[in-house]
Write a protein that binds this ligand. Structure first.
Ligand SMILES: *Cc1c(COP(=O)(O)O)cnc(C)c1O
Length: 459
Protein backbone atom coordinates (compact mmCIF):
# COMPACT_ATOMS: atom_id res chain seq x y z
CA UNK A 1 0.00 0.00 0.00
CA UNK A 2 2.88 2.35 0.88
CA UNK A 3 4.37 1.82 -2.57
CA UNK A 4 1.08 2.67 -4.25
CA UNK A 5 0.96 6.04 -2.50
CA UNK A 6 4.49 6.75 -3.68
CA UNK A 7 3.46 6.09 -7.29
CA UNK A 8 0.74 8.77 -7.24
CA UNK A 9 1.82 11.53 -9.65
CA UNK A 10 2.03 15.11 -8.43
CA UNK A 11 -0.36 17.73 -9.79
CA UNK A 12 2.55 19.30 -11.73
CA UNK A 13 3.48 15.99 -13.29
CA UNK A 14 -0.12 15.43 -14.33
CA UNK A 15 -0.37 18.86 -15.90
CA UNK A 16 2.60 18.04 -18.09
CA UNK A 17 0.98 14.81 -19.40
CA UNK A 18 0.01 14.72 -23.08
CA UNK A 19 -3.55 13.83 -22.04
CA UNK A 20 -3.92 17.21 -20.33
CA UNK A 21 -2.03 19.52 -22.67
CA UNK A 22 -5.15 20.49 -24.54
CA UNK A 23 -7.15 21.10 -21.36
CA UNK A 24 -4.36 23.31 -19.94
CA UNK A 25 -4.20 25.40 -23.10
CA UNK A 26 -7.99 25.73 -23.26
CA UNK A 27 -8.80 26.37 -19.61
CA UNK A 28 -5.58 27.49 -17.82
CA UNK A 29 -3.32 25.50 -15.52
CA UNK A 30 -4.92 26.48 -12.18
CA UNK A 31 -8.34 25.31 -13.40
CA UNK A 32 -6.98 21.92 -14.53
CA UNK A 33 -4.86 21.66 -11.37
CA UNK A 34 -7.99 21.99 -9.25
CA UNK A 35 -9.65 19.15 -11.19
CA UNK A 36 -6.44 17.09 -10.79
CA UNK A 37 -6.44 17.60 -7.00
CA UNK A 38 -10.01 16.32 -6.77
CA UNK A 39 -9.23 13.24 -8.88
CA UNK A 40 -6.03 12.55 -6.88
CA UNK A 41 -7.84 12.75 -3.58
CA UNK A 42 -10.28 10.16 -4.94
CA UNK A 43 -7.35 7.92 -5.90
CA UNK A 44 -5.89 8.23 -2.36
CA UNK A 45 -9.12 7.26 -0.70
CA UNK A 46 -9.52 4.28 -3.06
CA UNK A 47 -6.06 3.05 -2.05
CA UNK A 48 -6.94 3.57 1.60
CA UNK A 49 -10.16 1.56 1.25
CA UNK A 50 -8.35 -1.21 -0.59
CA UNK A 51 -10.35 -0.58 -3.77
CA UNK A 52 -7.29 0.21 -5.88
CA UNK A 53 -4.31 -2.03 -6.49
CA UNK A 54 -2.47 -0.01 -9.13
CA UNK A 55 -1.63 3.57 -10.03
CA UNK A 56 -1.49 4.47 -13.70
CA UNK A 57 -0.55 8.00 -14.63
CA UNK A 58 -2.24 7.88 -18.04
CA UNK A 59 -5.46 6.58 -16.51
CA UNK A 60 -5.44 9.35 -13.90
CA UNK A 61 -4.64 12.06 -16.45
CA UNK A 62 -7.51 10.80 -18.63
CA UNK A 63 -9.86 10.97 -15.65
CA UNK A 64 -8.77 14.57 -15.03
CA UNK A 65 -9.36 15.44 -18.70
CA UNK A 66 -12.85 13.92 -18.50
CA UNK A 67 -13.65 15.84 -15.35
CA UNK A 68 -12.45 19.10 -16.94
CA UNK A 69 -14.62 18.31 -19.97
CA UNK A 70 -17.62 17.69 -17.74
CA UNK A 71 -17.05 20.87 -15.71
CA UNK A 72 -16.73 23.04 -18.80
CA UNK A 73 -19.71 21.60 -20.62
CA UNK A 74 -21.97 24.57 -21.21
CA UNK A 75 -25.12 24.61 -19.19
CA UNK A 76 -27.08 26.07 -22.08
CA UNK A 77 -27.20 23.37 -24.72
CA UNK A 78 -28.88 22.11 -27.81
CA UNK A 79 -31.52 19.46 -27.08
CA UNK A 80 -33.58 17.21 -29.32
CA UNK A 81 -37.29 17.98 -29.09
CA UNK A 82 -39.16 14.68 -29.35
CA UNK A 83 -41.88 15.84 -26.95
CA UNK A 84 -44.45 16.39 -29.69
CA UNK A 85 -44.97 20.03 -28.68
CA UNK A 86 -43.67 21.95 -31.67
CA UNK A 87 -43.55 25.42 -30.07
CA UNK A 88 -42.31 24.30 -26.65
CA UNK A 89 -41.73 27.35 -24.44
CA UNK A 90 -39.29 25.46 -22.20
CA UNK A 91 -37.30 24.40 -25.26
CA UNK A 92 -37.06 27.82 -26.88
CA UNK A 93 -40.25 27.79 -28.99
CA UNK A 94 -39.79 28.24 -32.76
CA UNK A 95 -36.74 26.74 -34.44
CA UNK A 96 -35.36 29.36 -36.81
CA UNK A 97 -35.17 28.94 -40.57
CA UNK A 98 -31.77 28.43 -42.20
CA UNK A 99 -31.88 31.98 -43.57
CA UNK A 100 -32.61 33.45 -40.15
CA UNK A 101 -29.95 31.34 -38.42
CA UNK A 102 -27.35 32.38 -40.99
CA UNK A 103 -28.18 36.05 -40.61
CA UNK A 104 -27.98 35.75 -36.82
CA UNK A 105 -24.50 34.29 -37.22
CA UNK A 106 -23.41 37.14 -39.49
CA UNK A 107 -24.83 39.73 -37.11
CA UNK A 108 -23.17 38.03 -34.15
CA UNK A 109 -19.75 37.92 -35.73
CA UNK A 110 -19.49 41.43 -37.09
CA UNK A 111 -20.65 45.00 -36.97
CA UNK A 112 -24.09 45.75 -38.42
CA UNK A 113 -26.12 48.82 -39.41
CA UNK A 114 -28.43 48.29 -36.41
CA UNK A 115 -28.99 52.00 -35.85
CA UNK A 116 -27.32 53.38 -38.90
CA UNK A 117 -29.09 54.56 -42.03
CA UNK A 118 -26.80 53.53 -44.88
CA UNK A 119 -28.70 55.52 -47.53
CA UNK A 120 -28.76 58.74 -45.56
CA UNK A 121 -25.31 58.19 -44.01
CA UNK A 122 -26.61 59.12 -40.57
CA UNK A 123 -27.99 57.66 -37.37
CA UNK A 124 -30.91 55.29 -37.99
CA UNK A 125 -33.66 53.38 -36.16
CA UNK A 126 -33.36 49.72 -35.17
CA UNK A 127 -37.04 49.06 -35.89
CA UNK A 128 -36.62 50.39 -39.43
CA UNK A 129 -35.22 47.03 -40.63
CA UNK A 130 -38.52 45.27 -40.00
CA UNK A 131 -41.17 48.00 -39.90
CA UNK A 132 -41.72 48.08 -43.66
CA UNK A 133 -42.03 44.28 -43.84
CA UNK A 134 -44.48 44.15 -40.94
CA UNK A 135 -46.61 46.85 -42.56
CA UNK A 136 -46.50 45.06 -45.91
CA UNK A 137 -47.54 41.74 -44.34
CA UNK A 138 -50.23 43.08 -41.99
CA UNK A 139 -51.56 46.24 -43.63
CA UNK A 140 -50.58 48.28 -40.55
CA UNK A 141 -49.48 51.91 -41.00
CA UNK A 142 -46.56 51.51 -38.62
CA UNK A 143 -44.88 48.97 -36.36
CA UNK A 144 -42.22 48.51 -33.72
CA UNK A 145 -40.64 45.57 -31.94
CA UNK A 146 -39.88 44.76 -28.31
CA UNK A 147 -38.51 41.85 -26.32
CA UNK A 148 -41.65 39.68 -26.31
CA UNK A 149 -45.41 39.94 -26.53
CA UNK A 150 -45.83 40.42 -22.78
CA UNK A 151 -43.58 43.49 -23.12
CA UNK A 152 -45.59 44.64 -26.14
CA UNK A 153 -48.84 44.58 -24.14
CA UNK A 154 -47.20 46.29 -21.17
CA UNK A 155 -45.71 49.03 -23.34
CA UNK A 156 -48.87 49.64 -25.37
CA UNK A 157 -51.02 49.95 -22.23
CA UNK A 158 -48.49 52.08 -20.37
CA UNK A 159 -48.22 54.46 -23.32
CA UNK A 160 -51.89 54.79 -24.11
CA UNK A 161 -53.59 54.38 -20.73
CA UNK A 162 -51.25 55.04 -17.80
CA UNK A 163 -53.18 56.33 -14.81
CA UNK A 164 -56.51 55.51 -16.46
CA UNK A 165 -58.91 52.64 -16.96
CA UNK A 166 -58.56 49.79 -19.45
CA UNK A 167 -61.82 48.05 -20.32
CA UNK A 168 -61.56 44.25 -20.78
CA UNK A 169 -64.15 41.50 -20.95
CA UNK A 170 -64.28 39.12 -17.95
CA UNK A 171 -64.04 36.25 -20.42
CA UNK A 172 -60.58 37.45 -21.45
CA UNK A 173 -58.91 37.62 -18.01
CA UNK A 174 -56.39 35.01 -18.98
CA UNK A 175 -53.26 33.50 -17.55
CA UNK A 176 -50.74 32.12 -20.02
CA UNK A 177 -47.98 29.74 -19.06
CA UNK A 178 -48.15 30.68 -15.39
CA UNK A 179 -46.28 33.95 -15.64
CA UNK A 180 -48.42 36.10 -17.93
CA UNK A 181 -51.58 37.08 -16.07
CA UNK A 182 -53.47 39.82 -17.80
CA UNK A 183 -54.76 41.61 -14.65
CA UNK A 184 -51.17 41.78 -13.31
CA UNK A 185 -49.79 43.14 -16.59
CA UNK A 186 -52.51 45.80 -16.62
CA UNK A 187 -51.64 46.79 -13.06
CA UNK A 188 -47.89 46.88 -13.78
CA UNK A 189 -48.47 49.07 -16.81
CA UNK A 190 -49.92 51.67 -14.46
CA UNK A 191 -53.53 51.21 -15.55
CA UNK A 192 -56.67 50.18 -13.74
CA UNK A 193 -58.56 47.17 -14.97
CA UNK A 194 -62.24 47.75 -15.67
CA UNK A 195 -63.87 44.37 -16.15
CA UNK A 196 -67.05 44.13 -18.16
CA UNK A 197 -69.51 41.36 -18.93
CA UNK A 198 -69.39 37.89 -17.42
CA UNK A 199 -67.07 34.92 -17.87
CA UNK A 200 -69.14 33.43 -20.67
CA UNK A 201 -70.95 36.42 -22.19
CA UNK A 202 -70.05 40.01 -22.91
CA UNK A 203 -72.20 42.36 -25.01
CA UNK A 204 -71.63 45.65 -26.84
CA UNK A 205 -73.76 47.40 -24.20
CA UNK A 206 -71.37 46.19 -21.46
CA UNK A 207 -68.55 48.07 -23.13
CA UNK A 208 -70.64 51.17 -23.86
CA UNK A 209 -71.90 51.53 -20.33
CA UNK A 210 -68.43 50.96 -18.83
CA UNK A 211 -67.00 54.07 -20.44
CA UNK A 212 -66.53 56.95 -18.04
CA UNK A 213 -64.26 59.95 -17.65
CA UNK A 214 -61.39 57.66 -16.53
CA UNK A 215 -61.55 55.29 -19.49
CA UNK A 216 -58.49 55.36 -21.76
CA UNK A 217 -58.84 52.34 -24.03
CA UNK A 218 -60.54 49.09 -24.92
CA UNK A 219 -58.42 45.97 -24.77
CA UNK A 220 -59.35 42.74 -26.48
CA UNK A 221 -57.34 39.62 -25.71
CA UNK A 222 -57.14 36.41 -27.68
CA UNK A 223 -57.71 33.67 -25.11
CA UNK A 224 -55.16 31.38 -26.81
CA UNK A 225 -55.18 28.03 -25.00
CA UNK A 226 -58.52 28.57 -23.31
CA UNK A 227 -62.04 28.70 -24.75
CA UNK A 228 -65.47 29.20 -23.30
CA UNK A 229 -67.80 26.87 -25.19
CA UNK A 230 -71.56 26.49 -25.04
CA UNK A 231 -73.66 29.48 -23.96
CA UNK A 232 -70.98 32.00 -24.77
CA UNK A 233 -70.62 35.19 -26.75
CA UNK A 234 -68.16 38.01 -27.07
CA UNK A 235 -67.91 41.26 -28.96
CA UNK A 236 -66.05 41.12 -32.26
CA UNK A 237 -63.39 43.60 -33.32
CA UNK A 238 -65.65 45.31 -35.91
CA UNK A 239 -68.38 45.82 -33.28
CA UNK A 240 -65.92 46.97 -30.65
CA UNK A 241 -64.15 49.24 -33.11
CA UNK A 242 -67.45 51.02 -33.75
CA UNK A 243 -67.93 51.68 -30.04
CA UNK A 244 -64.29 52.77 -29.68
CA UNK A 245 -64.65 55.26 -32.55
CA UNK A 246 -67.89 56.64 -31.10
CA UNK A 247 -66.25 57.14 -27.72
CA UNK A 248 -63.00 58.42 -29.20
CA UNK A 249 -60.94 55.67 -27.54
CA UNK A 250 -58.21 53.48 -29.03
CA UNK A 251 -58.80 49.74 -29.41
CA UNK A 252 -55.86 47.46 -28.65
CA UNK A 253 -55.88 43.75 -29.39
CA UNK A 254 -53.44 41.23 -27.91
CA UNK A 255 -53.41 38.41 -30.43
CA UNK A 256 -50.91 36.14 -28.70
CA UNK A 257 -49.84 33.85 -31.48
CA UNK A 258 -51.07 36.09 -34.22
CA UNK A 259 -50.58 34.42 -37.53
CA UNK A 260 -49.52 36.51 -40.52
CA UNK A 261 -51.45 34.29 -42.90
CA UNK A 262 -54.59 32.19 -42.73
CA UNK A 263 -53.17 28.82 -41.72
CA UNK A 264 -56.22 27.20 -43.29
CA UNK A 265 -54.37 27.29 -46.62
CA UNK A 266 -51.92 24.81 -45.07
CA UNK A 267 -54.70 22.71 -43.56
CA UNK A 268 -54.20 24.05 -40.03
CA UNK A 269 -56.70 25.64 -37.64
CA UNK A 270 -59.68 23.81 -39.06
CA UNK A 271 -61.48 23.48 -35.74
CA UNK A 272 -60.52 26.83 -34.22
CA UNK A 273 -59.05 29.36 -36.55
CA UNK A 274 -56.08 31.34 -35.28
CA UNK A 275 -56.61 35.08 -35.75
CA UNK A 276 -54.81 36.67 -38.67
CA UNK A 277 -53.07 39.97 -37.89
CA UNK A 278 -54.13 41.66 -41.13
CA UNK A 279 -57.81 40.83 -40.53
CA UNK A 280 -57.68 42.31 -37.07
CA UNK A 281 -56.19 45.55 -38.37
CA UNK A 282 -58.66 45.72 -41.26
CA UNK A 283 -61.50 45.13 -38.81
CA UNK A 284 -60.53 48.26 -36.91
CA UNK A 285 -58.03 47.42 -34.17
CA UNK A 286 -55.86 50.52 -33.67
CA UNK A 287 -52.95 48.52 -32.22
CA UNK A 288 -52.33 44.78 -32.29
CA UNK A 289 -49.59 42.92 -30.45
CA UNK A 290 -48.31 39.41 -31.13
CA UNK A 291 -45.35 37.10 -30.49
CA UNK A 292 -42.42 36.57 -32.85
CA UNK A 293 -41.65 33.02 -31.74
CA UNK A 294 -45.06 31.37 -31.73
CA UNK A 295 -46.83 30.59 -35.02
CA UNK A 296 -44.83 33.31 -36.77
CA UNK A 297 -41.84 31.00 -36.43
CA UNK A 298 -39.16 33.58 -35.69
CA UNK A 299 -37.11 34.79 -32.72
CA UNK A 300 -38.53 35.77 -29.33
CA UNK A 301 -40.03 39.20 -29.89
CA UNK A 302 -43.19 41.19 -29.37
CA UNK A 303 -44.53 42.97 -32.41
CA UNK A 304 -46.66 46.10 -32.08
CA UNK A 305 -48.45 47.11 -35.26
CA UNK A 306 -51.19 49.57 -36.07
CA UNK A 307 -52.02 53.24 -36.53
CA UNK A 308 -49.03 55.50 -36.93
CA UNK A 309 -50.13 58.06 -34.32
CA UNK A 310 -50.24 55.36 -31.63
CA UNK A 311 -47.09 53.50 -32.73
CA UNK A 312 -45.20 56.82 -32.69
CA UNK A 313 -46.31 57.48 -29.12
CA UNK A 314 -45.34 53.92 -28.12
CA UNK A 315 -41.92 54.38 -29.71
CA UNK A 316 -41.30 57.58 -27.74
CA UNK A 317 -42.11 55.97 -24.36
CA UNK A 318 -38.86 55.67 -22.32
CA UNK A 319 -39.92 52.09 -21.46
CA UNK A 320 -39.40 51.21 -25.14
CA UNK A 321 -35.68 51.67 -24.55
CA UNK A 322 -35.80 49.20 -21.66
CA UNK A 323 -37.72 46.65 -23.70
CA UNK A 324 -35.94 46.98 -27.04
CA UNK A 325 -34.56 44.01 -28.97
CA UNK A 326 -30.92 43.36 -29.85
CA UNK A 327 -29.22 42.99 -33.23
CA UNK A 328 -29.59 39.19 -33.24
CA UNK A 329 -33.37 39.45 -32.89
CA UNK A 330 -33.59 41.99 -35.71
CA UNK A 331 -31.44 39.74 -37.92
CA UNK A 332 -33.63 36.70 -37.27
CA UNK A 333 -36.91 38.60 -37.49
CA UNK A 334 -36.18 40.30 -40.80
CA UNK A 335 -35.16 36.99 -42.41
CA UNK A 336 -38.22 35.24 -41.02
CA UNK A 337 -40.62 37.93 -42.22
CA UNK A 338 -39.07 37.86 -45.69
CA UNK A 339 -40.05 34.19 -46.04
CA UNK A 340 -43.71 35.28 -45.84
CA UNK A 341 -43.39 36.99 -49.20
CA UNK A 342 -43.52 33.59 -50.86
CA UNK A 343 -46.28 31.44 -49.40
CA UNK A 344 -45.45 28.55 -51.74
CA UNK A 345 -42.06 27.97 -50.16
CA UNK A 346 -43.07 29.02 -46.63
CA UNK A 347 -44.04 25.57 -45.24
CA UNK A 348 -40.77 24.18 -46.55
CA UNK A 349 -38.51 26.95 -45.26
CA UNK A 350 -40.09 27.79 -41.92
CA UNK A 351 -39.38 24.89 -39.51
CA UNK A 352 -42.37 25.56 -37.23
CA UNK A 353 -44.74 25.37 -40.18
CA UNK A 354 -42.85 22.48 -41.76
CA UNK A 355 -43.27 20.41 -38.58
CA UNK A 356 -46.92 21.42 -38.11
CA UNK A 357 -47.86 20.50 -41.68
CA UNK A 358 -45.65 17.43 -41.97
CA UNK A 359 -47.18 14.54 -43.82
CA UNK A 360 -47.94 11.47 -41.66
CA UNK A 361 -46.22 9.05 -44.07
CA UNK A 362 -43.07 11.07 -43.83
CA UNK A 363 -43.18 11.02 -40.02
CA UNK A 364 -43.82 7.27 -40.15
CA UNK A 365 -40.84 6.69 -42.44
CA UNK A 366 -38.48 8.54 -40.09
CA UNK A 367 -39.97 6.77 -37.06
CA UNK A 368 -39.39 3.34 -38.61
CA UNK A 369 -35.79 4.12 -39.47
CA UNK A 370 -35.13 5.49 -35.97
CA UNK A 371 -36.78 2.43 -34.42
CA UNK A 372 -34.36 0.14 -36.30
CA UNK A 373 -31.37 2.12 -35.04
CA UNK A 374 -32.74 2.15 -31.49
CA UNK A 375 -33.30 -1.63 -31.51
CA UNK A 376 -29.69 -2.09 -32.60
CA UNK A 377 -28.41 0.16 -29.85
CA UNK A 378 -30.63 -0.87 -26.94
CA UNK A 379 -30.88 -4.62 -27.50
CA UNK A 380 -33.66 -7.13 -27.06
CA UNK A 381 -34.63 -6.25 -23.46
CA UNK A 382 -36.37 -3.21 -24.91
CA UNK A 383 -39.68 -3.32 -26.77
CA UNK A 384 -39.54 -0.66 -29.45
CA UNK A 385 -42.60 -0.01 -31.60
CA UNK A 386 -43.93 2.68 -33.87
CA UNK A 387 -47.44 3.67 -32.75
CA UNK A 388 -50.07 6.32 -33.53
CA UNK A 389 -50.46 9.41 -31.41
CA UNK A 390 -51.12 13.15 -31.50
CA UNK A 391 -48.82 16.13 -31.23
CA UNK A 392 -49.66 19.74 -30.46
CA UNK A 393 -48.59 23.15 -31.67
CA UNK A 394 -47.86 24.47 -28.17
CA UNK A 395 -47.63 28.01 -26.77
CA UNK A 396 -51.41 28.25 -26.78
CA UNK A 397 -51.52 28.09 -30.57
CA UNK A 398 -54.04 25.97 -32.48
CA UNK A 399 -55.31 24.52 -29.18
CA UNK A 400 -58.11 22.49 -30.72
CA UNK A 401 -56.16 20.98 -33.58
CA UNK A 402 -55.17 17.37 -33.09
CA UNK A 403 -52.15 16.68 -35.20
CA UNK A 404 -51.92 12.94 -35.93
CA UNK A 405 -48.33 11.79 -35.49
CA UNK A 406 -46.13 8.71 -35.13
CA UNK A 407 -44.49 7.86 -31.84
CA UNK A 408 -41.76 5.44 -30.98
CA UNK A 409 -42.78 3.68 -27.78
CA UNK A 410 -39.91 2.25 -25.77
CA UNK A 411 -40.41 -0.03 -22.80
CA UNK A 412 -38.52 -2.62 -20.81
CA UNK A 413 -39.89 -5.08 -18.24
CA UNK A 414 -37.01 -4.33 -15.89
CA UNK A 415 -36.71 -0.56 -16.26
CA UNK A 416 -39.39 2.00 -15.47
CA UNK A 417 -40.41 4.64 -18.01
CA UNK A 418 -38.83 7.40 -15.86
CA UNK A 419 -35.48 5.60 -15.98
CA UNK A 420 -35.67 5.27 -19.77
CA UNK A 421 -36.54 8.96 -19.94
CA UNK A 422 -33.40 9.65 -17.86
CA UNK A 423 -31.19 7.58 -20.18
CA UNK A 424 -32.27 9.66 -23.17
CA UNK A 425 -31.88 12.86 -21.16
CA UNK A 426 -28.27 11.98 -20.32
CA UNK A 427 -27.38 11.64 -23.97
CA UNK A 428 -25.32 14.37 -25.62
CA UNK A 429 -27.27 16.20 -26.95
CA UNK A 430 -30.10 15.31 -24.56
CA UNK A 431 -33.14 13.73 -26.22
CA UNK A 432 -36.44 14.82 -24.66
CA UNK A 433 -39.40 12.52 -25.04
CA UNK A 434 -42.56 12.23 -22.99
CA UNK A 435 -44.13 9.63 -20.71
CA UNK A 436 -47.70 8.53 -21.19
CA UNK A 437 -49.36 5.61 -19.37
CA UNK A 438 -46.04 4.42 -17.96
CA UNK A 439 -44.49 4.29 -21.42
CA UNK A 440 -41.64 6.37 -22.74
CA UNK A 441 -42.51 7.94 -26.09
CA UNK A 442 -40.57 9.81 -28.74
CA UNK A 443 -42.83 11.99 -30.90
CA UNK A 444 -41.25 12.09 -34.34
CA UNK A 445 -43.12 15.13 -35.74
CA UNK A 446 -40.19 17.54 -35.30
CA UNK A 447 -37.49 14.93 -35.96
CA UNK A 448 -36.34 14.90 -39.56
CA UNK A 449 -33.14 12.89 -39.22
CA UNK A 450 -33.58 9.34 -37.83
CA UNK A 451 -30.19 9.55 -36.03
CA UNK A 452 -31.28 12.49 -33.95
CA UNK A 453 -33.21 10.50 -31.36
CA UNK A 454 -30.62 7.76 -31.05
CA UNK A 455 -28.96 8.55 -27.73
CA UNK A 456 -25.22 9.02 -27.61
CA UNK A 457 -24.44 7.09 -24.46
CA UNK A 458 -20.69 7.56 -24.40
CA UNK A 459 -20.78 10.65 -22.19
C1 LIG B 1 -48.33 33.97 -25.53
C2 LIG B 1 -49.20 35.10 -25.22
C3 LIG B 1 -48.68 36.23 -24.57
C4 LIG B 1 -47.26 36.31 -24.12
O1 LIG B 1 -46.41 36.36 -25.22
P1 LIG B 1 -44.83 36.17 -25.04
O2 LIG B 1 -44.28 36.41 -26.40
O3 LIG B 1 -44.63 34.80 -24.52
O4 LIG B 1 -44.39 37.20 -24.05
C5 LIG B 1 -49.55 37.28 -24.31
N1 LIG B 1 -50.83 37.23 -24.69
C6 LIG B 1 -51.36 36.17 -25.32
C7 LIG B 1 -52.82 36.19 -25.72
C8 LIG B 1 -50.56 35.07 -25.62
O5 LIG B 1 -51.08 33.99 -26.25
Amino acid sequence: MKNLYREIPSVDELLRCDELKRAVSLYSAPFVAEAARIVLSGVRSEIKNGRRDHVDRVEIATAVALSVGEATKANFRRVINATGTVLHTNLGRAVLSDDAALNVLLAAKGAVNLEYDLKGARRGERDSHVEGLISELTGAEAACVVNNNAAAVLLALNTLAEGSEVVVSRGEQIEIGGSFRLPEIIEKSGCTLKEVGTTNRTHVSDYTSAVGSETALFLKVHTSNYRVVGFASGVSIPELSKVATEKGLPLVEDLGSGSLVDLGIFGLGERLREPVVRESIEAGADIVTFSGDKLLGGPQAGIIAGKKEFVDRIRRNPLKRALRVDKLTIAALESTLMLYRNLDSLPEKLPALRYLTRNLDDIDETARRSALLLRDLLGSDYRIDVVDGTSQAGSGSLPADELPTKLISISNDYIRAEAIFAIFLESDPPVLGRICNETFLLDMRAIEDPDMVVPNLST
